[in-house]
Write a new protein. Structure first.
Length: 198
C-alpha cells in the first residue's frame, strides 16, 4: 500500500511511520521535514502536494495546531488558529484528497481526548476535537468508491511529559497503543468511527 503520513516526524507520527514502513510504501510529510512538505492551513499547498504525489491508498494525519490557554484569555484569533489549522486543515486533506485516493482507500484524522474529557485551558482544543469527530461521522456516509474515514482520539501520550501536569489524574497512553489505533483504522474495515485511546 502507498500510505501518506502527514506529521510523520512528530510525536505520534514517528511511531505510526515506524509501524507501517516495514511493509508498506510510506510517504513522510511534514511542515519543514519529511519526503514532502505541506502547510495544511493552505488549500493551495495541499492541492500542489496531491498533484505531486498522485494516487494513494491511505492517508493518515497526525498533525494540527490549536490554542491551549485559559478561557478568560482566549480570543477569536486563538480559536481561528485551531479552526484554520487542526480542523479545516485536516478537513481539506479529505475534501481535496478524495479526488486522488484509490478505491477502497482510507483516511484517518486525529482529534483527541479533550472532546470527551476537557481540562482547564483546553476549551479551544475540546471544540476543534469534537468538530473533527463530527466531521468524520458525516463524511463517512458520503465518501464514494468504498473509501473509509475514521479519527483516532488519543489521551495524553507517554512521549509528551510536558503536558502531564495539565492532565491531572490522566494515565499517559503508551505509544504502541496509539500507533496501533491508526493501524486498526487503515488495515481494518471500520468507517465513521472515533477510535478512542485513553
Amino acid at each position: 500500500m502507498k500510505i501518506i503520513i502527514i506529521g510523520a516526524t512528530g510525536t505520534i507520527g514517528k511511531h505510526v511511520t515506524k509501524l507501517f514502513e516495514s511493509k508498506h510504501e510510506v510517504v513522510k510529510v511534514g511542515v519543514t521535514r519529511g519526503d514532502y512538505q505541506v502547510d495544511i492551513s493552505s488549500e493551495q499547498s495541499i492541492k500542489i502536494f496531491f498533484e505531486t504525489i498522485g494516487p494513494f491508498d491511505a492517508l493518515i494525519s497526525t498533525t494540527g495546531k490549536a490554542a491551549f490557554k485559559p478561557l478568560e484569555g482566549l480570543t477569536g484569533a486563538d480559536f481561528k488558529m485551531g479552526l484554520d489549522n487542526k480542523l479545516l486543515g485536516q478537513i481539506n486533506l479529505i475534501l481535496i484528497g478524495q479526488h486522488y485516493i484509490n478505491p477502497a482507500g482510507s483516511f484517518t484524522l486525529t482529534s483527541g481526548i479533550l472532546s470527551d474529557d476537557p481540562i482547564p485551558g483546553g476549551t479551544a482544543l475540546s471544540t476543534v476535537n469534537g468538530a473533527i469527530n463530527a466531521f468524520v461521522k458525516g463524511a463517512a456516509i458520503e465518501l464514494k468508491r468504498d473509501v473509509r474515514i475514521n479519527a483516532v482520539s488519543p489521551g495524553v501520550v507517554e512521549d509528551s511529559p510536558s503536558f502531564f501536569e495539565a492532565f491531572a489524574g490522566h494515565i499517559p497512553v503508551k505509544m504502541e497503543r496509539v500507533a496501533n489505533a491508526y493501524y486498526k483504522s487503515v488495515m481494518g474495515a471500520i468507517t465513521g468511527e472515533v477510535i478512542r485511546v485513553f
